[in-house]
Unconditional design. Structure first.
Length: 201
């Protein structure tokens, strides 16, 4: 049975079956969002990248195919997602440039610093957002930044309450404080996404 040690109480968990189901349909369902995220990340030309809550590795694979010089890393609390992401990288011939391990925003299993740490469609699940961001900031280079992409609650005003918990609001971002860092919120109009950036002051 898969250990849930990287999950906090109340966080959505993915086992082997749910991970397999998600990996089958996430690429199709989320591709329009992933495309916008990849484009935004590539604008920065980062030298090293960590994807937190990488799921089945769709964005990591797209990034690696677009930029052949960067090594990409990913963490996910689910072994099912780690296996899916690793398998995807292998099938696309990207195993030497994409490394995925079990971990989370609170447990980063890499002894490295990154120019960019990002998360997509995951932040709304985190139970200890501020503590997690503070922990991730320890893994940034001097000029590095954290980018959080999620569905923008403002762009889905008629969404059912049961689905709204899978979105992120500007106020939820601006309430967070990370010592020594500034924050910025961008509504990526036309994409359905909100971008929450954390960078050194």
């Amino acid at each position: 049975m898969e250990s849930a040690s990287y999950y906090l109480e109340g966080e959505e968990k993915f086992g082997s079956l749910s991970s397999r189901f998600y990996s089958m349909f996430s690429g199709m369902h989320y591709w329009k969002y992933y495309r916008s995220i990849v484009k935004e990340i590539l604008k920065l030309s980062p030298g090293s990248v960590l994807d937190v809550g990488c799921g089945p590795g769709d964005i990591l694979a797209h990034l690696a195919l677009e930029d052949g010089t960067v090594k990409f890393f990913g963490v996910d609390p689910s072994w099912g997602m780690v296996n899916a992401a690793t398998g995807k990288a292998r099938k696309k011939g990207l195993s030497e440039r994409i490394t995925v391990k079990k971990g989370s925003s609170r447990h980063v299993p890499f002894d490295a610093r990154f120019d960019l740490i990002f998360s997509s469609m995951s932040f709304h699940h985190w139970k200890e957002k501020e503590a997690s961001l503070r922990n991730l900031s320890r893994y940034l280079t001097e000029t590095g930044r954290i980018m959080i992409f999620d569905l923008d609650r403002n762009q889905f005003p008629g969404m059912l309450p049961v689905l709204r918990r899978h979105t992120l609001s500007e106020s939820a971002c601006l309430d967070l404080r990370i010592g020594g860092f500034s924050t910025k919120v961008d509504h990526m109009h036309g994409t359905g996404l909100i971008l929450f950036s954390i960078y050194r002051q």
